[in-house]
Design a binder for this molecule. Structure first.
Ligand code: SAM
Length: 357
């Protein structure tokens, strides 16, 4: 039986309570949060809905037919896990994958999650190609915002980076997100030396007259690119310098849509912003607030380390909410402090799409 209250220590995780206005009310009538052994409050769950993807980006996936293609937990399993997580402090859910929109039940899932009172933010990370047809329904179901991954503005490059994707479909997804008001609409570009680093200023310009938040991401040595990502790495400071050389000094702003690892900046007169996610040259482990639910149905406390807790097995055994809550608490307790500064060891046990990038 799950027990909690002020000062409770469970493994290395600690519950504490504080009064919150619109906050979920746990059984003691107060807000429940969970901290890991390093005093980080864990409020965010990223969920890989499937390993499948309608694109095959060369740095993310090993190529058609070369990776497993399973879906994650069933809709019912996902809702049960997330409801349990919400009872111990999870407030924000990001649906990702693989490509989350290849699952036909994603709108039903969003609607179900929107009905969990403690969850106050539901976001989606997508390549955008299936978004234009579904954006309105997702918004109506309760989706708040989207991140769209787009590494190039050139259709022919898009085709070679994604191994045959159609750029116009991805761009239609960006436009649909803006039309539906899935704000802040973030555009995530993995900057790769010699592949697309000549497009940085083109991406910056997208934020001039549209409320788009462009974020430049350092490539990480994960999955398909685990042994050669460093050859393509463009450190965030170099990208920032390119932008500052063109636009002058950038002014820091709070990231649109709240926290997360991005450091964000505005350019005078722009409707959107630019940001940098620098897992290698920057260091954001000390503020990490997340767990990941993999497409294998395991809870992964850290993106870069292979430790996982099997929830699929627990669900198959008929685990109830109290047991699932305990497993979430265990995952929080097992969060490592992080990787050494400026050093991410290659992640080879899973692909990014399995973990939920
Ligand atoms: N299919 C969805 C999409 O494209 O947004 C969600 C899954 S995809 C794995 C999520 C993000 O992970 C994408 O922005 C992708 O560029 C990024 N990603 C994949 N492999 C990466 C790597 N090795 N380093 C940095 N980002 C990576």
């Amino acid at each position: 039986m799950f027990k909690g209250g002020p000062g409770l220590h469970t493994w290395r995780a600690r519950f504490f309570c504080g009064r919150g206005r619109k906050e979920p009310v746990c059984r003691w009538g107060v807000r429940t949060t969970v901290r890991d052994g390093f005093q980080r409050q864990i409020t965010y769950l990223r969920v890989s809905l499937t390993e499948r993807c309608n694109l095959n980006c060369f740095y993310c996936r090993p190529g058609e037919g070369k990776a497993s293609e399973r879906d994650g937990l069933s809709l019912d399993g996902l809702v049960r896990v997330i409801r349990a997580g919400a009872r111990v402090g999870i407030r924000k859910i990001r649906l990702t994958g693989g490509e989350p929109l290849v699952r036909p039940d994603v709108t039903d899932l969003v609607a179900a999650l929107a009905g969990i009172p403690q969850i106050d933010d539901i976001a989606l990370t997508t390549n955008g190609c299936l978004l234009s047809a579904r954006a309105a329904a997702l918004k109506a179901a309760g989706l708040k915002r989207v991140n769209i991954s787009l590494d190039t503005l050139h259709p022919d490059r898009f085709r070679s980076i994604t191994r045959n994707g159609e750029w116009s479909r991805a761009w239609a997804g960006v436009e649909a997100a803006l039309v539906q008001g899935l704000h802040p609409v973030k555009l995530n570009m993995v900057v790769m030396r010699g592949i697309n680093d000549d497009e940085v200023l083109d991406f910056v310009r997208l934020a001039a007259d549209r409320p788009l938040h462009v974020r430049f991401i350092e490539i990480m040595p994960i999955g398909a690119s685990s042994s050669w990502a460093s050859d393509l790495l463009v450190p965030a400071d170099q990208i920032r310098q390119v932008i500052a050389d063109r636009y002058g000094p950038l002014r820091p702003v709070k990231p649109a849509g709240g926290g997360g690892p991005a450091r964000c900046w505005t350019i005078p007169g722009f409707k959107g912003s630019v940001g940098f996610i620098a897992p290698l040259s920057g260091y954001f482990c000390p503020s990490c607030n997340r767990l990941r639910l993999t497409a294998a149905g395991t809870l992964r406390p850290c993106l870069c380390q292979g430790d996982e807790i099997d929830l699929a097995g627990a669900l198959a055994r008929g685990a109830g909410e109290e047991e699932l809550m305990q497993l979430v608490i265990q995952a929080v307790a097992r969060k490592p402090q992080g990787h050494p500064k400026h050093e991410v060891l290659p992640v080879r046990d899973r692909l990014m799409s399995q973990i939920g990038g």
